[in-house]
Design a protein around this ligand. Sequence first.
Ligand code: ATP
Ligand code: LTN
Length: 331
Amino acid sequence: MEKKIIYSAVQPSGNLTIGNYAGAIRNWVRLQSEYDCFFAIADMHAITVRQDPAELRRRTLELAALYIACGIDPEKCVLYVQSHVPAHAELCWVLNTFTYVGEASRMTQFKDKSQKHADNINMGLMDYPVLMAADILLYKADFVPVGADQKQHVELARDIAMRFNGRCGETFTVPEPLILKGGARIASLQDPAHKMSKSETENPNASVFLSDDRDTVLRKFKRAVTDSGNEVRYGEEKPGVSNLLNIYCTFKGCTPEEAEREFAGVGYGDFKLAVGETVADVLAPIQKEKARLLAEKDELVSYLVSGRERAAYAARKTLSKVYRKVGFWKE
Ligand code: ATP
Ligand code: LTN
């Protein structure tokens, strides 16, 4: 039986946080044996917010190394850089004509980012989910594993696919978001009402980065906000502690009940230390492998070149079909 197809991507727009790991990459590693997977580095999405060119280049390679260090097997999966495959921009243009301005402007991320970058509300920011739909639809993805914040974009991709199929005939697979339980939303350590984000740089203690050394990880958890009371348990009135428990379970691989039992009678200080140590233990081997891959670049580059070729082949097939369906002439 043919394997179902998975597609996902992360933008090289900042240092990855444990939120990106828990909500995205960690889950991909588990999916790669069961599905045919395409994992991209979404550099075209990243430039919707101003980037320093040299930094973007550096981060792109770093993200590729990180994918592999986290356990993505570049021989099993297609791991590639989005801008290396021109079909993304080409399909995006066609899909733009199947997307309403009203739909795009209702996207939560567009509204958030417009507020955050009020001096640069560019067309790309609004077109972001259409480019994302192009990513997904080019590879006929059945499932798109993402954190809860991206669900709305995958739903728009579904709507665009159905609209195109309805008008031009069966062309695209209609994708489904795959929101995995646990780690789907890791909140900021300083404000549990907001998600932990890699572009949050104002408060240095809000996000734990995958590149943070042990001391930094422990310090950030030590400073994490907790709640009133002194019991370590889940509860709506305990958003800070619940977030820390969530992180603990994700990194330890245990259930919420097991974690609550383990920390019964333990004070906030010791609890935060235990969470920090657990996270730091998981990060250490990832950091070591990432450093090795970046030091011996040839291996990394060869994975990305092979990924580009495999991705371009699959994408070209879909794009040719779309061009035919919309009526573009070809000799
Ligand atoms: P930015 O701050 O640049 O918008 P981000 O940190 O929100 O970035 P993205 O590149 O938008 O990260 O997301 C990459 C993947 O990580 C997505 O699948 C997203 O859902 C997931 N993700 C991001 N932040 C979190 C989080 N705090 N908890 C769980 N998953 C997350
Ligand atoms: N917008 C996504 C990254 C992304 C993506 C995709 C995710 C770009 N293209 C296609 C899934 C499928 C993000 O910021 N997380």
